[in-house]
Design a protein around this ligand. Sequence first.
Ligand code: HEM
Length: 453
Amino acid sequence: MPESTRPPGPKGSLITGSLNEFHEAPLRFLEDNARLYGDVVGFRFFHMPAVQLNHPDDVRQVFMNAEGAFVKGMAQESFRPLVGKGLLLNEGEPHKRQRRMMAPAFHRQRVMGYAEVMLEEAARARDAWAESPDGLDLADALNRLTLRIAARTLFGADLSLAESDEVAAAVAAFAQWYHQTSHPLGPLLQLLPSATNRRFHDGKRRLSAVVSRMITARRLSGDTGDILSMLVFARDEEGDGAAMSDEHIHDEVTTLLVAGHETTAATLAWAFWLLAAHPEVTARLQAQLDEVLGDRPPQAADLPRLTLCDQVFAETLRLYPSAMALPRQAVKPVTFGAYTFAPGTLILAAAWCAHRDPRFWDEPLSFRPERFTAEASAGRPRFAYFPFGGGARVCIGEAFAKMEGSLLLATLLQRFTPERLSDTAPIPETLFTLRPKGGLPVRLQRRTLIRSE
Ligand code: HEM
């Protein structure tokens, strides 16, 4: 790209470009870029040209592009060793075929059918937590809860404590490994006999064993109608009628298991922090729960009236989007504003910045769930908010996550009031998803339920 047509952006160092700044403090890097250089920010990681997009119109172009100008490509290759050919990284026709096959399991109607398991697991966790609320590691407990829900709803698997430990340890090891190896020297670092590499491979082996057990169980049980059955018994109707390979089934199951719990758990953890820091919002939410439910447990049919649970989840994802920036790679020349970028350019659609842009959000740093009422949302550009991405590769689990988020908030906040253990907000850790670093400084205070008439 000739220097004169380069968009403004940080120069970075001669060899690595801006990689170190991004790697060390990605949120600050994105924020500084948006503040100093505007909507389209150019820089490079080593030799690779990169562009950060902060404006909804440019973000729309990436997600709604009909010409196939963007792929995940290099941009998300670091996930490959964990999720292989699973939906998250698959491209082109094979992606379309897999997505078509798996979509029915995530349709709104079908997702409603998962509510019972979500509520049962939430109630079980709530009762266990009520026994010993002190010393509870809430972020970790939420992680285990959403993991159990994903395993039961999607794969009909009732994970043992040991198995959830295996999955949790594998994901934690992967997050560390991902952080250390997700840059252009990554493939090289992955070959070194480091402790991080060892932990990751060990974790992956154990996770793989859990996944294999689930697949074997479904082969033995026959088709139970869940997504695991779809994968195990699928035949390519439009192609040669072949079944999916074992390796591919394994990759899809791992993808869903990992993508299907970490993000929701991290979002709920942030929601508990935000509610603890804003007791007035918690009080309004609990008043709505009391009004709609009295002392009976929530059900999926109550969701249309539990509007505040939905709004709190949405506002939490605005402030703490699990995917702070969504990466792509251009495979054709692409233009943003006055600048044209060559194929190969890395694109970062910066959710972290668009979600906090005062042009689209009044007092963007304030926690205000009412931003997500239908009236307040009308007129806001679609891509001022994209915690689930958009277009053909929008999160397949969006409806699942939203329903789970609302049902878990309703079940838990009916019984508990979150309280801050510290006045300082936790620092977001950007290892894999955006998680509160070092756990959540929140305790759960039991509340007395009102009696229904
Ligand atoms: C709050 C919860 C969640 C958030 C914030 C979230 C976020 C995202 C985002 C941003 C993407 C798009 C990535 C991109 O375009 O580069 C994505 C894709 C995906 N998500 Fe989620 N997700 C959540 C929950 C879930 C759940 C519950 C599942 C499954 C049960 C799931 C499965 C997937 C899969 C399989 C993809 C890849 C889709 C494709 O490329 O076709 N996610 N998610």
